[in-house]
Design a protein around this ligand. Structure first.
Ligand SMILES: [Mg+2]
Length: 353
């Protein structure tokens, strides 16, 4: 379903570049589409939007302007720019002036710490369209607790909100690792380490590694079913059993249907009703990417499910964009996205082929 995409840097994108850009913009678009009805239950969304939210119109609980990033896109940007810093340092042969980020001669910059520093900039208001000193208006509780620990330790291994905090706040931002770390072993390790900055619960760290394994396979042009198989294999390895909770969440994603959930609600075993539990968000994303309809129709239905609409759609949108490429994202959505142009430029600076 992928196709070469529009003009950029004076030329057409390769299908791989299109999938990489599509993944980032799919996440951003899902976030902004869902922001309008964040926290609302399905029945209230159905009453106000009988056809679903089909355009990026802003508003919602936090009164966003249309296309404004919420925490999902903001923190994804934090990870994306960490990879950009790493990329620039390697290509230019320079080091970040903050030498605490290196471990000595020949050591690489630590992308997780670079991401952590960007998260702190976001918290502190050193961010586009924000006032320095003002907290983000939509920061989640586990993210706040995890980042305060990180602020003290500056160490991803001594941060995070602890076991038992299993929200989707790291899953929502993990995608750039799948796109810009080509070594699969490092990709899994970095997905886990970046999650730990805020969400060190095993379900969260594993979900990030599994999700990114699916995304990376899609970027490589692997079929959806085989990409999900990759994710299951990583879940089995990390959970050291065949039926661990993350494995079960992926398997559940192969059973549930997004359109059915949009019309009738989440199945009874998804007790959180897609309100932010990391494994329910992962299940929805797997179901979404297996849904053969257009990216637009699937994302609209993910939002119709209700509750944590922006994050569910952001996480699903990342996989759908990786599956279908940039052209699958409606132009009327793309032109609204706060960081759309930046994400595209940064991605293409790193994804040169
Ligand atoms: Mg959000």
């Amino acid at each position: 379903m992928s196709s070469p995409s529009g003009q950029a840097n004076g030329g057409q994108l390769s299908s791989r570049q299109s999938r990489i850009v599509g993944a980032l913009l799919g996440l951003h678009a899902g976030d902004c589409l869902g922001a309008t009805v964040e926290f609302l239950p399905r029945v209230m969304i159905a009453r106000s939007y009988p056809q679903g939210v089909r355009d990026i119109i802003g508003g919602g609980h936090f009164d966003w302007s249309p296309g404004h990033a919420t925490d999902d896109t903001d923190m994804t940007r934090g990870v994306l720019l960490a990879y950009k810093t790493l990329h620039d340092a390697r290509t230019e042969g320079t080091r970040d002036s903050n030498s605490t980020m290196t471990n000595g001669e020949g050591a690489d910059l630590d992308v997780a710490r670079l991401a952590g520093e960007n998260f702190l900039r976001w918290v502190d208001g050193e961010w586009p369209d924000r006032t320095p000193g003002w907290l983000p208006k939509d920061m989640g509780g586990a993210t706040a607790r995890g980042l305060e620990r990180y602020r003290v330790s500056r160490d991803p291994e001594r941060a995070g909100a602890g076991q038992g905090s299993a929200g989707n706040g790291s899953l929502m931002r993990c995608l750039p690792t799948a796109l810009f770390q080509p070594d699969r072993h490092k990709m899994i390790a970095e997905s886990i380490r970046i999650s730990k900055i805020t969400h060190d619960d095993f379900r969260c760290t594993t979900a990030c590694a599994v999700y990114n394994s699916i995304a990376a396979a899609l970027i490589d042009g692997v079929s959806v079913e085989n990409a999900v198989d990759h994710g299951e294999a990583v879940a089995i390895r990390l959970e050291r059993r065949m039926d661990g909770p993350v494995m079960q969440a992926v398997r559940r994603g192969r059973q549930v249907d997004v359109a059915d959930m949009a019309a009738n609600g989440a199945p009874i075993d998804m007790e959180g009703e897609c309100s932010g539990y990391v494994l329910e968000t992962l299940t929805v994303a797997v179901a979404a990417v297996r849904d053969a309809r257009s990216l637009e129709d699937v994302l609209v239905d993910v939002v119709r499910i209700g509750r944590d609409t922006d994050t569910n759609a952001a996480v699903a949108g990342g996989l759908l964009g990786a599956r279908d490429g940039e052209d699958a994202i409606p132009t009327r959505w793309k032109e609204k996205l706060q960081f759309g142009k930046e994400f595209r430029e940064v991605a293409l600076a790193m994804a040169t082929a």
